[in-house]
Write a protein that binds this ligand. Structure first.
Ligand SMILES: Cc1ncc(COP(=O)(O)O)c(C=O)c1O
Length: 439
């Protein structure tokens, strides 16, 4: 509309953002390189969050830049249905090479949310394909984050992401979350207490009957809710109960995939085998939207029956396996491999842990949690003003040249895996200052 100036901020309704606060006090990135963003007022900001948990190789990585530039000039788009292009197949093979051994197929999406919807639909259709059409229930977990689409918020357990949006999917139940601060506060790595929380699945099974349950979906390590770790033995027990009752286990690896924990995937790190894995984010280093659902041969093959000319799964996206995304994915995997970034994350994990736990005892800090190159600092909320203290920490950190992320009163950190020790030190120093200065 003509009365808007070109830089009017009002037209863009921003996602998961306090729009009115932002537009009074905008924070704009105009460039990025390696571990640093550049702001519109030309300040360098250390990226403590790999964008949104996605730029695992850091920013402006030469191989990825070049691959995307080349691809857009060569084949910009190819139809995703009934047609193919070589890079989508090449990337699928490369993904299977680095995935846990039992994963043999990938289905492309464009985001974590779409990967979740895809995995839930595959789970339902798998049981149906095998003549087990009564298995329609989906089990998620309190405080789980599985993106923002209807399936994902139905199995998800973040209250504000659900309560405004109607009645959601039916036939969904939730496991309890695994956060036990009274017993596990300030644990380094996986907590000792809480494996028994997986046994709640037995309660849900006896309530509904196993023959009605299609799948359980959990993040192997819950990220977006504020970094809640699986207690030792918990995921193993969940796997065992699912197997015993013929229930599929889906790991939502949108954050834990691609090296974040110092292993390819959470399934590798924890040594537990899910039936389906959802991924996105680090798959293309965040550069082009892309997600992938990994499936076992058993699941995939259950669909490959009937007439050969018939479509086996009525699901897909216009951009499934998009050529530019596939090129970005291939160059991203090359970068991870050539720079040994997953190993690098594993090597740095204990230094990272020491920095984080060094913040214990600072004002407001009621818990510190860590795993791989992930960390969380939980703050005591200001009475009557939940989220305010952490949001102030976010604003002050940004003023001091550090990007952090907050959910509720929890600060979450997940730097690119290329981070150097002196940058880890700087995160610690900046946060100490910030925690001393905020209300
Ligand atoms: C575990 C998990 N699943 C799904 C999603 C949704 O991904 P997207 O924002 O790409 O839809 C996220 C995003 O943070 C996530 O952490």
């Amino acid at each position: 509309m003509s009365h808007h100036s070109p830089n009017d901020l009002n037209a863009f309704w921003m996602p998961f953002t306090a729009n009115r606060q932002f537009k009074k006090q905008p924070r704009m990135f105009v460039a990025a390189d390696g571990m640093y963003y550049t702001t519109n007022d030309n300040r360098k900001i250390l990226d403590g969050t790999a964008g949104l948990w996605c730029c695992n190789a850091g920013h402006k990585r030469p191989k990825i830049v070049e691959a995307v530039q080349k691809q857009v000039a060569e084949l910009d788009y190819a139809p995703a249905f009934q047609m193919g292009h070589p890079k989508a197949f090449e990337l699928a093979n490369r993904l299977i090479d680095i995935a846990p051994d039992h994963m043999e197929h990938v289905f492309y999406t464009n985001s974590g949310s779409e990967s979740v919807e895809t995995a839930l639909k595959i789970a339902l259709a798998y049981h149906r394909a095998r003549g087990d059409a009564g298995r329609t229930r989906l089990i998620g977990r309190e405080r789980g984050y599985h993106g923002v689409n209807f399936g994902g918020i139905s199995v998800g357990g973040i209250v504000n992401n659900r309560k405004f949006f109607g009645s959601l999917l039916t036939g969904v139940d939730h496991l309890p979350h695994t956060h036990l601060p009274d017993r596990n506060a300030f644990t380094r790595g996986q907590p000792e207490h809480g494996a028994y929380l997986a046994d709640d699945l037995e309660r849900i099974v006896s309530l509904h009957g196993a023959e009605t349950i299609a799948a359980v979906i959990v993040e192997p390590m819950a990220g977006s809710t504020g970094v809640l770790l699986p207690p030792k033995g918990y995921l193993e027990r969940l796997r065992e109960i699912c197997t015993r009752h013929g229930i599929l286990l889906i790991f939502d690896e949108v954050i834990t995939g691609f090296g974040r924990l110092g292993a390819g995937f959470g399934a590798d790190y924890f040594g537990v085998k899910p039936d389906l894995m959802t991924t996105a984010k680090g798959l293309t280093n965040g550069v082009v939207p892309m997600g992938a659902v990994f499936a076992t041969a058993e699941i995939h093959d259950a669909f490959m029956t009937g007439l050969e000319n018939a479509i086996e799964l009525f699901h897909g996206y216009t951009y499934s396996g998009n050529p530019i995304a596939a090129a970005a994915g291939l160059a991203t995997l090359d970068t991870y491999r050539d720079e040994r970034l997953f190993e690098r994350a594993a090597d740095l994990a204990s230094y990272w842990e020491d920095m984080l736990h060094g913040l214990k005892g600072l004002p407001h800090v009621i818990d510190v949690r860590n795993l791989g190159l992930i960390g969380a600092i939980e703050l005591e909320p200001i009475a009557g003003k939940p989220t305010e203290r952490a949001f102030n920490a976010f604003l002050k950190s940004y003023d001091k040249g550090l990007l952090i992320r907050t959910t509720g009163d929890i600060i979450a950190l997940s730097p690119p895996l290329i981070i150097e020790k002196h940058e880890i030190d700087r995160i610690g120093e900046t946060l100490s200052e910030v925690l001393g200065q905020i209300e």
